[in-house]
Design a protein around this ligand. Structure first.
Ligand code: ZN
Length: 487
């Protein structure tokens, strides 16, 4: 995510804005070496088959879901845990927004969102389940018998999802319906056991395993659909259209609807890049930005392995938000006189396709891991596209803004930061400076070579800070102090 509306971030961006006008666009060399990755083996991934139908009047999703869960924990499992994020919107005190954001998040006053789990089956047997978690946003399911390591099971669920009238990640506004973090998604089991943390207000509080998705989306025909994955078929049935969408090797599945979208697309090799927007001029710009960002990051870090990428203008007051193959961009950014803000946010969210979507991590315990790389990748995008001068100015601004945080650790969980400004300065800004420091120490060749290996070795997986830190130790750079700070 990139928060562009908090005061500090706006100050950061405004201070670099003047720089932007001094810079001439120099097209980058797109003929750099592209690594070809072996096709990822998908047969041991969890598989989600979901049927979802929108009741437009009530803003309720009627859903059924079959998940084939593969036990890769190495342990016998008696229970399974799912995040049911919509319940974090069920009460005002749970809503994942800071207090000063409430009016922006709910322009028409607080509006409830929730999930109502109606049935949980394993084969034909009813399973006991309970709703747990600090925000009632975890579903605990008792399996009928022990699931041994390596075994698979099929869990069938029926549920309804109520969308709130909210313009954060999840909900609807006047222009778009944002259907994100909406279905029961299995929690990650790692060396610490089950990760069953709630949907907190600071950061992107998500952590998931790469899976396969086959989703039937039934929506009124007036809506255009922006989605994770590839639309395989489209059938008109009276006033509804049924889409079949397949998303393979993705760690989440999101879609956005609007009856007002303009849609344009272009090809980048075999990737279809889309821009969904409302304002003509910057909508077209955003398609070019997305294409340029995919090119820069593919050349530097390794190939983008999916066939689609969509940049979607949305009712989303926070700035930008990443999902696999799809990013949400605050639609008001398309109306600004300068394209800088839009370019910054689109480049940032596109970088998340590498750092979050392909190389995943626990974004609650170790948010710096994807955000610092993403923020620094954004700066690299500007450097490669517009020259070193803008990069130097962006770095200088980060140094000025983080001056008072020089001893602060970037390594904290999202819940340990004072507020989103503190979070943003430590995790994004200090994190990006840390990477710039490493780059200066090891030189460009070793820096990008190490990141390319990091990407190649960890794509479709989850990584930890330890792994990242050790990788640089092998290159002769100890970043412990920079990461952990003095407090
Ligand atoms: Zn981000």
């Amino acid at each position: 995510m990139v928060l562009i509306l908090n005061k500090k971030k706006v100050i950061t961006l405004i201070s670099v804005l003047s720089v932007f006008f001094l810079v001439f666009a120099v097209l980058i060399d797109t003929n750099l070496h592209i690594e070809v990755f072996k096709k990822h083996k998908a047969d041991n991934l969890n598989m989600y088959l979901i049927n979802v139908s929108l009741n437009d009047k009530e803003k309720i999703l009627k859903c059924s879901q079959n998940i084939t869960y593969v036990n890769k924990t190495g342990k016998n499992l008696k229970k399974l845990y799912f995040h049911i994020y919509p319940n974090a919107f069920s009460k005002e005190e749970y809503a994942p927004f800071e207090k000063n954001e409430f009016k922006k998040a709910y322009p028409n006053g607080f509006s409830k969102g929730y999930i109502n789990i109606r049935k949980v089956f394993e084969k034909k047997y009813n399973l006991d389940f309970k709703i747990v978690g600090e925000k009632e946003d975890i579903l605990e399911v008792d399996l009928r018998c022990n699931l041994k390591p390596g075994e698979k099971t099929n869990i069938y669920l029926e549920y309804d999802v109520k969308l709130p009238n909210s313009i954060g990640r999840f909900g609807y506004g006047d222009y778009t319906i944002n259907i994100t973090n909406w279905y029961p998604i299995v929690c990650v089991y790692d060396s610490r056991g089950w990760n069953i943390k709630s949907y907190e207000e600071i950061g992107d509080p998500f952590y998931s395993d790469v899976s396969n998705f086959d989703v039937n989306i039934n929506i009124p025909k007036k809506y255009k659909l922006a989605t994770t994955g590839i639309i395989k078929s489209k059938k008109l049935n009276n006033d509804y259209v049924l889409y079949n969408v397949k998303g393979n090797n993705v760690r989440d599945f999101a879609f956005i609807l609007s009856d007002k979208f303009n849609v344009i697309s272009t090809k980048l090799k075999d990737i279809k890049v889309y821009s969904y927007f409302f304002d003509e001029k910057l909508g077209r710009e955003s398609l070019q930005i997305a294409k340029d960002a995919l090119t820069v990051f593919s050349d530097l870090f390794g190939e983008y392995p999916y066939k689609t990428y969509s940049v979607v203008a949305s009712d989303f007051f926070i700035g930008g938000m990443e999902y696999p193959n799809l990013v949400m961009i605050d639609k008001t950014l398309y109306k600004r006189n300068s394209k800088f803000f839009l370019e910054y946010v689109v480049a940032h969210e596109t970088a998340h396709q590498w750092w979050y979507s392909l190389v995943g991590n626990d974004e609650i315990s170790e948010p710096w891991l994807d955000e610092s790389l993403t923020e620094y990748s954004t700066i690299i995008y500007f450097e490669k596209k517009y020259g070193k001068e803008i990069k130097d100015r962006l770095i200088k601004n980060l140094k000025i803004n983080t001056y008072r945080k020089s001893n602060k650790s970037v390594f904290k969980s999202t819940t340990e930061f004072e507020n989103s400004i503190d979070y943003s300065l430590c995790v994004y800004s200090k994190g990006a400076l840390l990477l710039d420091d490493i780059r200066n120490k090891v030189g460009d060749d070793a820096f990008f070579d190490t990141l390319r290996k990091y990407y190649k070795q960890n794509m479709y997986k989850n990584v930890t800070s330890e792994k990242f830190i050790n990788m640089w130790k092998k290159r002769g750079v100890n970043i412990d102090k920079m990461v952990y700070g003095n407090n």
